[in-house]
Design a protein around this ligand. Sequence first.
Ligand code: CA
Length: 370
Amino acid sequence: MFTVKRLSIILFASLLLACGDDGVSESESSIAVTKKAVVNWKLVTTWPKNFPGLGTAPENFAKLVDRMSNGRLKIKVYGAGEVVPALETFSAVSSGTVQMGHGAAYYWKGKAPAAVFFTAVPFGLNAQEMNGWLHYGGGLELWREVYAPFNLLPFAGGSTGVQMAGWFNREINSLDDFKGLKMRIPGLGGEVFTRAGGTSVSMPGGEIFTSLQTGVIDAAEWVAPYNDLAFGFHNVVKYYYYPGWHEPGAMLEFIVNQQAYNALPDDLQAIVEGATRAINQDMLDEYTARNNAALVDLRQKGVQIKPLPDDVVQALRSISAEVIQENVERDAMFSKVFDSFDSFRKNVVDYHKISEEAYYKIREGDSLID
Ligand code: CA
């Protein structure tokens, strides 16, 4: 009995020594501290606070991360202008003023011309194809290469699907009707529109309505029925053209300051990655459902919904090819990303002709043979 009791005392004493004062071992203690540590991040956006779809996506992201991390990663979302103006999102995350941003890569083409590929390229990939290229076709690796000099880690941050060509204060019957038009249209689409005879302007969404209303601009592209209805453009202009030749599958972005990301433990990094991926798909699902109802509403409000004339589309198509080629010749990184994007596009178009496109035809009773 004595021996057993003595042995127990020795064992208990050595356990105490190993565990420290609170009876928790050193390794358990560091795990407990890590689990309790709360990381607070700020996320700035290029959208008005809680704007449908675009602005609610980062809010949904923050809520999801909070739940997935059991409250260990808290992300506070700010709308455009609350911490920095919309178009300073990139710089604010790059410099570490804030840890995250949500916006669209093509806003930053002045800093990195190749950024346009990660939002939209005229006559380029649709949403489904963009997701395929980014996640299984080498696109995301190239995006990371383009953003690395800016200390930024990008993730796909939602897609709106095919957008609309935009709102015009006059009918568009030929390319001549673009002459003298001042239009809000960012990215490569803007370069093409300018080459087609108009003047392109890049401004954040929150400034479009007033600019249209006061005649600062004559036309504007924003997104599609769900978002355009929310801004009320139908109250100031009545011609709404389709399709969005310039933004066939506009992809948005989450950007993370590289040091802030590196400082996260591996599980929180995985949560950020997984949550961006979930929100990326969720936004496309939401637009797919909500654009339809908004289109009905816009029709009821008397908006004239018109297709761009064939010769206008053909002209925009050839000008787009010229503009892209000039960018390829001017910028080595643009050229590198274009090679990947264009080879993916050729292959996916080849397959989608006999899958997606063929199905769209038979669904409507059209013949598979032109
Ligand atoms: Ca747009």
